[in-house]
Ligand binder design. Structure first.
Ligand code: ZN
Length: 259
């Protein structure tokens, strides 16, 4: 099948919640563009705004806001483009010998002087929905959340730690609860700025839930009939919660689609 017409995501990484400002313009791509893939009938490319000759800025939206304007696959590809552009900006010189880096294998960059190769960074993080024998879900309220919102418990993996160890440690530290039956459910790239969210369910094994008062300001058991404000539908946190609701509704215990 012939590829669709080219479209270029012109990207300016920014600090703060949005991660990047993005505008989608009709191609053709320049040599500075990186090919993403086809989506929604377009052949998608990404480029750093600094390497795009055309003046612009009008019509740029934040990466989070872009999710309201394009389909999920397009958004995921643009999010990958944002991470590649940010990586190239943050790795202009070799960290070992300070020579300017060149394009390397795949998404990597390589030092022509000493041979050091660097690749885009991905930070693994876990997110877990804890369930008790009564079928209730333990959700927590992070100090940074919008008013009224609760979600699953999440945290970054530390060096030397397995994902399952991280689930148990984060839940113990943040809400004081012990777990068993930690089970993998799926994963989701989370480009703010470069995480991979790895999702789990776990069974409550003891302890009295209480927030740490710093990061977690409240934590509570919830019934399916009495839910707080939840995270957005595109997030894997929401998919964990939705899958729990399906289980509580007596629906077939089929694997939930994570695509
Ligand atoms: Zn070097």
């Amino acid at each position: 099948m012939a590829p669709g017409p080219p479209r270029v995501a012109v990207i300016r990484p920014v600090e703060g919640r949005e991660g990047a400002l993005v505008r989608l313009v009709d191609g053709p791509p320049t040599p500075a563009c990186v090919h993403l893939d086809e989506a929604a009938g377009w052949d998608l490319w990404a480029v750093d705004e600094e390497d795009w000759a055309e003046e612009g800025g009008d019509g740029s939206v934040g990466l989070r806001e872009l999710a309201d304007h394009v389909d999920e696959r397009t958004w995921s590809l643009v999010a990958r483009g944002v991470q590649l552009v940010r990586f190239a900006r943050d790795h202009r010189y070799c960290g070992r010998c300070a020579t300017a880096l060149e394009s390397g294998e795949g998404s990597g960059r390589r030092c022509p002087h000493c041979g050091l190769s660097v690749f885009p960074r991905v930070d693994p993080a876990v997110i877990v929905l804890v369930e008790d024998d009564a079928g209730r879900a333990l959700l927590a309220r992070n100090a940074r959340f919008p008013e009224g919102r609760y979600s699953c418990i999440a945290g970054f993996v530390e060096p030397g730690e397995t994902l399952e160890d991280c689930v148990r440690r984060e839940v113990a530290e943040e809400v004081g609860v012990e777990l068993d039956r930690v089970r993998y459910e799926g994963s989701q790239p989370w480009p703010f700025p470069h995480s991979l969210m790895v999702a789990f369910t776990a069974h409550y094994a003891g302890g009295v839930p209480a927030g740490d008062g710093v990061e977690i300001v409240d934590t509570r058991w919830f019934e399916p009939s009495d839910l707080p404000s939840l995270p957005p539908p595109a997030s894997i946190a929401r998919r964990l919660i939705d899958a729990w609701l399906v289980r509580q509704g007596g629906a077939p215990s089929e694997p939930v689609s994570w695509d």
